[in-house]
Design a protein around this ligand. Sequence first.
Ligand code: ATP
Ligand code: MG
Length: 360
Amino acid sequence: AAPGRQSYNIALIPGDGIGIEVIHAGQVVLQHLARCLDTFDLKFEEFEWSSAYYKKHGRYLPDDALDQVRKFNAILFGAVGAPDVPDHISLWGLRLALCQPLQQYANVRPTRILRGTTSPLSNCARGDLDWVIVRENSEGEYAGHGGTSHINQEWSVATEVSIFTQHGCERIMRFAFSTAQSRPRKKLTVVTKSNAQRNGMVFWDHVAAKVAKEFPDVEWDKMLVDAMTTRMVLKPSSIDTIVATNLHADILSDLAAALAGSIGIAPTSNLDPTRKNPSMFEPIHGSAFDITGLGVANPVATFWTSAEMLRWLGQAEAAELLMLAVENVTEGGIKTQDLGGKSKTVEVTEAVCKEIEKLA
Ligand code: ATP
Ligand code: MG
């Protein structure tokens, strides 16, 4: 590499189903981008951790998995989930087993309508929907705290306890307010359910109000999660940055992805904002076994995810160029079936590579 040129080591975890197809498409595009721009280097190493690995070894990750991935600058993750493994086993076995110890407490989901794609909302122009959803990614309803007793009895009980800590709430609120501050509109909506959940959610609101004082230039409001779903559909342009709990943001971001056109285009970043650990980047869609092996998976979510990864690594110009290429391709009508097109995964991938060559 030329002197001063940055080189990044990327861990690839394709996982299951279409995860494998889209991560390989992402790798092709990233390699091509690095070659055409010639301003940075990428080195990839692939890990076979998946449901197939689980069926062979009885677990999703080897003992030293965290030590192995800590050496990388970033992780590009596909999807995990197989028809014959219960979802809670695969999710906790792989995705959460990485996110939580790597302190990736901020999950960030940008949402907008790409050129050449359409929102199912008839009242929504392209510029009306431009959101960033910040999801608390380490505690809340997905803390894993709870238990069962008297199972298989008439009087069986199960608890799923939500955990809200001062530390956890403060750090995500600070991250969300500073995300809102970095965007032109400087607007944040804090999503809550403090009318019904009088402990955790009232505490969440209290921390939001406290952290808000550190960001006097950010205009913020508070909204119950149920009302937020209708606002997203009826008044999309009134929203800019959103912060919500692990559960609420999980649901709202699927809604957001659908409103922006397809789950096949939406990216996610699992960030450790302290940068002590590598962050992990993934398309929000799952392993989609119904279309696995058909070659029709939309790779755009993984391309957008790759752009978010480059941005986080400090390669903002490369990220912009990649998104420009992707949107030129979708606008040109080279789209997979989920976006109403007829193109295959490889055709979209090749078209994006050609477009990168033109733009670089
Ligand atoms: P998981 O259990 O891992 O979440 P899933 O089978 O529920 O996976 P999702 O990925 O959540 O599937 O998506 C739901 C449906 O949306 C899929 O069945 C698939 O038809 C469609 N879909 C998802 N991702 C894509 C994509 N990248 N391209 C095209 N269609 C997709
Ligand atoms: Mg699913």
